[in-house]
Design a protein around this ligand. Sequence first.
Ligand code: FES
Length: 88
Amino acid sequence: MNSNPTQIAIFHFARRREWFATQNLCPYRQQMVLSRGMIGSQAGEPKVACPFHKKTFSLQTGVCLSGEEYTIETYPVRVEEGRVYVGV
Ligand code: FES
């Protein structure tokens, strides 16, 4: 049994009609919180803002858009017949 499971955060960006998936762990302070972050756009790029200290990350590339060197894992998402599939 895996004692260190990966938590995935799944985002439904309704306005863009897109889904995204990333790691749930915010790399800034190692908190499992990104699924509770606020989503939005920055220069057309979909992003999530960590609810704690507001570091923002691209939902497409995982790059930190707050100008720091943190990155998060992103995963492909496919929706078929009402089911959401995440490629991990
Ligand atoms: S834990 Fe994410 S920015 Fe602080």
